[in-house]
Design a protein around this ligand. Structure first.
Ligand code: KG4
Ligand code: ZN
Length: 342
């Protein structure tokens, strides 16, 4: 018997994602993004995102089926991001998934967006080791997750207490006059810069702060430090060395992210670290994480960049694992929950 075909829908932010996964194999991942419509506002505008999801939903489902070479009727289960995310954006995906589940008479699985960021790696690197440590870094999240079983047991060890890592990248990029979303631009600019040129602060890494927030992150102090540094330069009439600022800022972020992730692994006896979310595309984060994991005897898994940013494959991948493990499907009155915990 062939394994069940799962269609996953993701609409928690500005990407309309539809993925088709059979067992542990990704058949196709279709994405429509409204990121260009948000660029001129310097951040995602919820109303614009919801409207774009509504317009993109049916064409994206059709495209995923066409490219995967399957018919909608072949789908055995529907999975959808139920939260966390933008309320109006989530509702579009959840409503579409319910409509499909009813029309096809198939079960629906409401999944957690953060869990899906972890689960997606099965389509690239095979079954997840249990437990896995997950470091999730995106525009909306910075979380350390202990994952004994991605389908129903995820424990939050820590999270950002203010800005998310990606948000810090975006805000600092704006300060430096780089376009939105700023992460990739900082990453590129940093390659020409000196990462030890400026000693920016590492939040919650020493003394009482570390004691109280062992696995939490904080990036707003760093962002303010960069703003002050740039302002002082400008007031003195001196040019701002964009590459050096980008490299030094980036180093401060990835230093803290990797330091605490490795600490979480060693303290919890976990041998596998998985990094996901849009910021996992960062080249310096990947390099430093590899270096530190090698030194600590930890295996590192990072999905390819297209699977790190929001997509439908991650939802389908988690749905497929829920089907495989015999998890109970959701009811048809499944709500969208913008602040759903893991
Ligand atoms: O996961 P994602 O696509 O969407 C959510 O926020 O959920 O992540 C987007 C974030 C943005 O803040 C973007 O600037 C950041 O990921 N990002 C990066 C890189 N590529 C994307 N940050 C640092 N370096 C990158 N190469
Ligand atoms: Zn995400």
């Amino acid at each position: 018997m062939t394994e069940p075909l799962v269609l996953g829908i993701e609409t928690s932010c500005d990407e309309t994602g539809v993925g088709l996964v059979r067992g542990g194999t990704l058949l196709f991942d279709a994405i429509a993004s409204s990121v260009d419509e948000h660029a001129r506002f310097g951040g995602v505008v919820p109303e614009v995102a919801s409207r774009a999801h509504l317009e993109a939903m049916v064409p994206t489902i059709e495209r995923a089926c066409r490219e995967a070479g399957v018919r909608l009727q072949d789908v055995d289960a529907v999975a959808v991001t139920a939260g966390p995310g933008l309320a109006g954006a989530l509702l579009v995906g959840v409503a579409a998934a319910k409509a499909l589940a009813v029309a096809l008479d198939r079960p629906i699985y409401g999944v957690n967006h953060l869990a899906a960021h972890v689960a997606v790696d099965v389509v690239e690197h095979g079954p997840l080791p249990e437990p896995t440590m997950g470091l999730l870094v995106s525009g909306g999240h910075s979380n350390l997750l202990l994952v004994p079983d991605v389908t129903h047991d995820i424990r939050s060890l820590g999270a950002t207490i203010d800005d998310a890592a990606g948000e810090a990248f975006d805000k600092v990029a704006r300060l430096l006059g780089l376009p939105f979303p700023g992460g990739p631009h900082i990453d590129r600019a940093a390659r020409e810069g000196d990462q030890v040129a400026i000693d920016f602060p590492r939040g919650l890494t020493s003394g009482r702060d570390l004691q109280r927030h062992r696995f939490d992150y904080s990036f707003s102090g760093l962002k303010t430090a960069v703003a002050r540094w740039v302002q002082a330069r400008e007031q003195a009439g001196e040019p701002v060395p964009v590459a050096d600022v980008a490299a030094s800022f980036q180093e401060a972020v990835v230093d803290v992210l990797t330091r605490k992730a490795v600490l979480a692994c060693t303290e919890h006896g976990v041998d596998d670290l998985l990094i996901g979310g849009g910021v996992a595309a960062n080249s310096r984060l990947r390099a430093l994480a590899q270096e530190r994991c090698d030194a600590a005897g930890i295996r590192l898994r990072v999905p390819r960049p297209g699977l790190c940013t929001d997509n439908g494959a991650m939802v389908a991948a988690l749905g497929a694992q829920m089907v495989q493990r015999g998890r109970t499907p959701s009811d048809l009155d499944l709500p969208a929950d913008s602040s759903q915990p893991v």
